[in-house]
Design a protein around this ligand. Structure first.
Ligand SMILES: O=C1O[C@H](COP(=O)(O)O)[C@@H](O)[C@H](O)[C@H]1O
Length: 259
């Protein structure tokens, strides 16, 4: 299995405010949607939870509503909290209420975690079934594979980072960051509530063609500075991609990056 880690240039764009960041994120996403829909008839987009979802509202504007080929989109989650899908902590609910219910992506193309596992709080089962779901879509060629590694390769992942430097549900100091055998794994002692979550493993995250990490606000400035100083204790510092890994920051989040 090819190594997918390794140091790569960490690109960043600093925006005056969240508004400009969210406009640029919409443009970036729409451009990649057009590229992949044209090249292969599908666009595989991975979402995270957190603040990022509200910044996606730019994609609801008429210019995008009318031009994006929504029927070709396939939606996944880089991590999910193992709670019922209508629970306030569910990343699926957050994205569905704030974005997915307002665009015409076929419901069959929205891949939430297994409802029963979610309702029962079965994190292990949820991870296993999500991995199976991804493998099935790889077999149907909806998700590509990364070169010869056999890992799934998503077209674009939209990621966020917590103030502690976590991305997806990979937390600083937790052994999950080292997990390389599985595509999807689980955690039952997440330092950030809720404790039960599933998450893509780092090799899967880094196989994506494009990774866009969007971070705003001063509360994240210390973690952002550490990432740009190559502090690999922070899971987010490990982020790479096959084609491009790019950080979209507002001025507050970028304020402590050494000049
Ligand atoms: O718990 C989570 O946190 C991260 C970061 O969220 P943010 O609100 O600080 O941007 C998020 O990316 C992840 O998907 C979520 O489960």
């Amino acid at each position: 299995m090819a190594s997918v880690l390794g140091k790569q240039e960490r690109k960043k764009i600093v925006f005056p405010s969240k508004n400009e960041l969210s406009e640029a994120m919409a443009k970036y996403t729409a451009n990649l949607s057009a590229k992949f829909c044209k090249e292969r008839g599908y666009f595989t987009l991975v979402l995270s939870g957190g603040d990022l979802i509200s910044w996606l509202s730019e994609l609801l504007k008429p210019v995008y509503q009318e031009s994006i080929e929504w029927s070709k989109w396939h939606i996944f989650w880089v991590d999910e909290r193992v709670v019922p899908l209508d629970h306030k902590d569910s990343n699926y609910k957050l994205a569905f209420d704030g974005f997915l219910s307002k665009v015409s992506i076929p419901i069959a193309n929205i891949y939430a975690i297994d409802q029963d596992c979610a309702a029962l709080g079965d994190a292990k089962g949820a991870a296993l079934l999500y991995e199976e779901c991804i493998k099935r879509l790889v077999n149907r060629n909806i998700i590509r594979t990364y070169k010869s590694s056999g890992f799934p390769q998503f077209d674009l992942q939209l990621l966020g980072m917590g103030p502690d430097g976590h991305m997806a549900s990979l937390f600083p100091g937790h052994y999950l960051i080292k997990e390389k055998a599985n595509l999807v794994t689980y955690i039952t002692d997440s330092p950030k509530p809720p404790p039960k979550r599933i998450t893509f493993t780092l090799p899967v995250i880094n196989c994506a063609s494009y990774n866009l990490m969007a971070v705003c606000d001063e509360a994240q400035a210390d973690a952002v500075a550490k990432v740009f100083e190559d502090d690999f204790d922070l899971p987010s510092a490990w982020l790479t991609a096959d084609v491009e890994a790019i950080w979209f920051l507002d001025q507050a989040a970028a304020s402590k990056i050494p000049k």
